[in-house]
Write a protein that binds this ligand. Structure first.
Ligand code: HEC
Length: 195
């Protein structure tokens, strides 16, 4: 084999190997879909696939059973829905109760109400910065620095999102029409409560 032929063969092998590696690692990588969307479109996609509506959009009884009321999308626990005290649960494995709207949750942590995620300045995320939003979801602290964010907000799962995705969710939420809806403060569990 001449020196030239050997070099050509080597080059061909390299190309083939590179192609093989690229093909082999292709499916394991994140779908390229994320790179072809605007941040707002990606954020919409993430919000609608990661269950934010399950808790932050009040549910109503639809024709086929309970469903998120999209006319109130992501506005959090409705301020006009005053919740009576949560029922006391008997001892046993049942641990939490939830409002029909899916927006108020009672458990050992007390009662939590899902936040208004629209950019209303007084009652939603309008006054937040992108950094506060990202830090809140990463650390589980209110606005990234305050009290612990209560269950069942699944921030430990969302903390695994990469910056590009958290920024996209933020961009999408900020693109919504602001809706005034003041969500109540959480309620501490009764002192000495076993719940
Ligand atoms: C299983 C229910 C549930 C799901 C799903 C959920 N949340 Fe929440 N979220 C809550 C509750 C309850 C609170 C209020 C917690 C509190 O008052 O400490 C909350 C609070 C928040 C807050 C305010 C945090 C703070 O610093 O005070 C943000 C922002 C938020 N959620 C964003 C999201 C986003 C974005 C998604 C989807 C990617 C999502 N949530 C999905 C239940 C949920």
């Amino acid at each position: 084999m001449t020196h030239k032929t050997a070099t050509a063969l080597l080059a061909l092998t390299c190309v083939t190997l590179t192609t093989l590696i690229a093909t082999a690692s292709g499916p394991a990588q994140r779908p390229a879909a994320t790179t072809h969307r605007t941040p707002v479109a990606l954020g919409n996609y993430l919000v609608s696939t990661m269950g934010c509506h399950d808790c932050h959009t009040p549910w109503k009884l639809g024709a086929k059973g309970p469903e998120p009321d999209m006319t109130r999308a992501l506005t959090g626990h409705p301020e006009d829905l005053k919740m009576p005290p949560a029922p006391a649960l008997p001892a046993g494995p049942w641990i939490a109760t939830v409002a029909a709207t899916n927006t108020a949750w009672a458990g050992p942590w007390g009662v939590s109400f899902t936040a208004n995620l629209t950019p209303d300045k007084e009652t939603g995320l309008g006054d937040w910065t992108e950094e506060q939003f990202i830090t809140a979801l990463r650390t589980g602290k209110h606005q990234g620095k305050g009290r612990p964010i209560l269950p069942p907000m699944p921030y430990p799962a969302y903390a695994n999102l990469v910056d590009e995705e958290l920024k996209a969710i933020w961009a999408y939420l900020q693109s919504l029409a602001p809706v005034k809806n003041r969500v109540p403060q959480p309620i501490d569990p009764p002192e000495g409560s076993q719940r």
